[in-house]
Design a protein around this ligand. Structure first.
Ligand code: ZN
Length: 355
């Protein structure tokens, strides 16, 4: 008899449906455009490194380790989230670990059915206070990790460079120049973090420069549930020239903006459970994916930070299938749109999906 069972991240779904979903969904070839490379760090690896570096007692229980490393329940504000990322950055002590993290992030995504993967990162965050770890070393180690993974996991994978909204202009400028100088191996530029307190307008000149140098542009906007979410999305489109919007979920409150985004073919990089865990949406039942698609908006489905949130991309597909009735035809359309909007070179991304 099908009963209810609690899924990860507090999602209830009928057990029978979930079983059918797992069988079909895992095998779907997927295009994922929004996954942070540090946020995708493998939990087992994170455990190994925090223990090795003695950041937690060697006697810590599994429950204590999970609590130390992961976010599995909705959290208020950015503080807890930034703490978890701070911990990841502490263990990224050198090129070897960065390379392994990137390889495992690709391997894990591949195991989830991802065949076209865009990973994003900021050299400024990974470097932190370690002046002996250069941007070049960080970027090189990530690229090595991607190449290592591709030997056993055939896929297209590329790196997007992130600027932080809270940065001062010289820091943002230094990172932008680095991305431009490495445009052969950086496919795009992004803006992330606190959109409640920092507008992106200050960085308009840097985004223009990046675009003129041939980098694609995406911006985290309309993620937080704040009164200025529409302005944040408009600023990303008009002032920064974003071709895609990271999250953008709050757009459902603004019909005029929805029409505009649909008409312009802008793709939203949706990350449903991430939004639940950061309280950007009230519940997975309330996630407006049907409303957005019915308005003609192109969307992709993404895991965002699966290593911090303890779920994978298939969890997101299952949630959309079980709670919102999306079927294989819907997922095929979503992945077609994601493929068309991917910043990876045309030939590489088509090859990865078999032409
Ligand atoms: Zn993100």
């Amino acid at each position: 008899m099908p009963g209810k069972r609690a899924g990860r991240a507090g999602i209830d779904r009928p057990a029978a449906l979930a079983y059918i979903g797992i069988m079909n969904i895992n095998a779907l070839p997927k295009v994922e455009l929004h996954r942070h490379v540090e946020g995708a760090i493998r939990y087992a690896t994170m455990k190994e490194w925090v223990l090795e570096d003695r950041l937690i007692s060697r006697d810590a229980t599994e429950e204590e380790l999970r609590d130390f490393i992961l976010i599995t329940k909705p959290v208020d504000g950015l503080k807890v989230f930034l703490e978890k990322f701070g911990l990841i950055h502490r263990v990224l002590t050198g090129a070897d670990r960065i390379r392994r993290m990137a390889r495992e992030a690709c391997e894990d995504a591949h195991a989830e059915g991802v065949r076209v993967l865009e990973l994003r990162y900021s050299p400024v965050f990974i470097q932190g206070e370690r002046q002996n770890l250069t941007f070049d070393q960080i970027h090189g180690a990530l690229l090595d990790g991607l190449s290592d993974a591709k030997k056993t996991c055939p896929m297209a994978a590329g790196l997007i460079g992130i600027l932080g909204r809270e940065w001062d202009l010289p820091t943002a400028s230094r990172a932008t120049e680095f991305f431009i100088a490495n445009r052969d191996t950086v496919i795009g530029m992004d803006l992330a973090n606190d959109e409640a307190n920092f507008t992106g307008s200050r960085f308009a000149g840097l985004f223009r420069k990046a675009r003129e140098a041939g980098l694609h542009l995406t911006v985290h906007a309309g993620e937080s549930d704040i009164p200025t979410s529409s302005q944040s999305i408009r600023s990303a489109l008009e002032e920064l020239g974003a071709e895609r919007i990271g999250h953008g979920v709050q757009i459902y409150k603004d019909p005029a903006l929805m029409d505009d985004v649909a008409r312009r073919g802008i793709l939203l990089e949706l990350c449903p459970t991430s939004n639940l865990l950061t309280r950007s949406i009230a519940s997975m039942d309330a996630y407006p994916i049907r409303q957005l698609r019915a308005a003609g908006i192109r969307v992709s489905l993404n895991a965002d930070d699966p290593g911090v949130f303890d779920y994978d991309l298939n969890h997101e597909y299952r949630a959309m299938a079980d709670l919102h009735g999306l079927d294989e035809a819907d997922f095929a359309a979503i992945n077609r749109d994601a493929l068309a909007s991917s910043f990876l070179p045309e030939k590489e991304k088509r090859n990865a999906l078999g032409g």
